[in-house]
Design a protein. Structure first.
Length: 507
């Protein structure tokens, strides 16, 4: 990475004695390394002689129109209110470098694209709403910041859309972020904004729990555009699984878990925005670790390999799919027994998804199968009924997480909803969710039979509730042990086929 800061190095010469003289004298700047910002000749030369590059923002197809409809729904849900949503800023990674920016999900949902340090203000007007996008203007040729500002200077970060380009592409009014003024009754949500021109205006209004809840609950029912984005994300994710399978031999021989994690992440960045969350690749004793994102282990061909990954589209909508495969190609009898039980639990959960069903139905259906299976194996100290009772839950030692969640522009979508609208609600057409039961037998868990220790299995599919039942978006990947063995053999059999290559358009 190019270093853009100039450092002053202290003199190492000896002093003449005494406490004061122990401090080195300030060094004279070497005239061969002047501060460019203080060089009139340089600054003058940088102000002219530049052409006009292309600055059209890349907006996912249909995103601007969908965002307009989303803003209308929000304005109708909170009539008469003024709303401000902050996009946020990329966090610092180390010193003067930052992580890649990803906008706040509510901001993405309401605008259709992410813009660092921007704030979207929505005001109710008779018959609808008005939207104004406040954003930082980039520094272009002729501005001192063009060559001096490493965050917004086009010489540093490349051509950037500005107020005019975003106004045309998104069909919203735009203003400079320095002009942002918010009334005391403004409802504020979005990413925290501790610094920057908008910080003071946003800080004057506390974050609104009501606004966060309303947005989360509005996002529960996906429109046709959102469902198409989810479907495309899942299709790309299925291809990402095949990409990992083709690299499995290299991962076993020398690359380990991180090679597969990197394979999927590279694929996700090629076909979309990137992975929708930290990709989980767990071999052997790492498979039972729910959030094993470290991925620094080897891959043993004798062990199971748990892969929990999702491609995020440029729109922000992400898939979330898990399969557990035998790294060597074939399940052992013990591995297959665990996988078969999880598969039975998974199928029971899928069968319980449909309109008018309680959200908790698929959780209860999956858990009952898990509890009965564990009881049959002699692993429960109580009866199945006692384990399933609220004050029992002994089976949850081996599955402490839930078995599903809403899915959308966040991998765990709609998390700000009320209990009544989420876990206490009935399923409705247009809801997108995951079903993901599992069994997690940690290698150091002495309540587990020795032959099962270190086995972790999860099966996760992405679903959409329909008027008559549900659609499984991720049905292109098998869920049964025999099917997975056959899929793995085919995926590893040769070079990528034309149908398995990334689709680079429309993401």
């Amino acid at each position: 990475m190019t270093e853009h800061r100039t450092h002053t190095h202290a003199s190492h010469g000896a002093g003449s004695g005494g406490a004061a003289s122990s401090m080195p004298a300030p060094a004279e700047r070497d005239p061969r390394m002047p501060r460019l910002a203080q060089s009139p000749g340089f600054n003058e030369s940088m102000r002219s002689g530049w052409g006009t590059p292309a600055r059209t923002p890349v907006i996912p197809s249909g995103a601007a129109l969908a965002a307009h409809h989303h803003r209308t729904r929000l304005a109708e849900a909170l009539p008469g209110r003024t709303i401000a949503i902050a996009a946020g800023r990329a966090p610092v990674r180390a010193n003067d470098t930052s992580f890649e920016f990803r906008a706040d999900s509510d901001f993405l949902w309401l605008l259709g694209c992410g813009i660092e340090d921007a704030v979207l203000v929505i005001e109710a007007v008779p018959g609808g709403h008005d939207a104004t996008l406040y954003l930082p203007a980039p520094f272009r040729p002729g501005d001192d910041g063009f060559h001096a500002d490493p965050l917004r200077g086009e010489l540093w970060v490349g051509p950037m859309p500005g107020l005019a380009e975003y106004a045309e592409a998104l069909d919203v009014r735009t203003r400079r972020i320095e002009e942002l003024v918010l009334g005391d009754d403004t409802l504020v949500a979005g990413a925290p904004t501790p610094v920057g021109p908008a910080a003071a205006a946003l800080a004057a209004n506390p974050r609104s729990a009501e606004l966060r809840r309303v947005l989360a609950e509005l996002r529960m029912i996906k429109d046709e555009w959102e469902l198409a984005e989810l479907s495309a994300a899942v299709a790309s994710t299925e291809q990402g699984f095949a990409a990992m399978a083709r690299e499995l031999s290299s991962a076993i021989e020398w690359g380990g878990e991180r090679w597969l994690q990197g394979t999927f992440d590279r694929y996700a960045r090629t076909v979309g925005n990137g992975p929708g969350y930290a990709s989980i690749v767990g071999s052997g004793a790492h498979a039972p670790i729910l959030h094993w994102v470290r991925a620094d282990g080897a891959i043993d061909p004798a062990e199971l390999l748990l892969l929990d990954v999702g491609v995020e589209r440029q729109s922000g909508f992400t898939a979330d799919v898990t399969r557990t495969i035998p790294a060597g190609g074939t399940f052992t009898s013990a591995q297959r027994a665990v996988h078969d039980l999880v598969e039975a639990s998974h199928r029971a959960g899928l069968a319980a998804v449909g309109p008018g069903r309680q959200w908790s139905d698929f959780h209860a259906a999956s858990m009952e199968v898990i509890a009965r299976g564990l009881h049959d194996w002699g692993m429960l100290p109580v009866s199945v009924d006692e384990a399933l009772a609220p004050d029992g839950q002994q089976h949850r030692r081996y599955i402490v997480c839930g078995v599903g969640h809403h899915l959308g522009i966040d991998v765990h979508d709609c998390a700000g909803s009320s209990y009544a609208a989420y876990q206490g609600a009935v399923m409705q057409p247009g809801m997108a969710l995951t079903v993901e039961p599992g069994l997690y037998f940690h290698a150091f868990d002495e309540t587990v039979p020795p032959e099962l220790r270190g086995l972790g299995v999860r099966i996760e599919d992405d679903l959409v509730v329909t008027a008559t039942g549900h659609d499984v978006l991720s049905s292109g990947l098998p869920i049964d042990a025999a099917g997975l063995e056959a899929w793995l053999a085919t995926a590893r059999s040769g070079e990528p086929s034309s149908t398995a290559r990334p689709a680079l358009t429309g993401s």
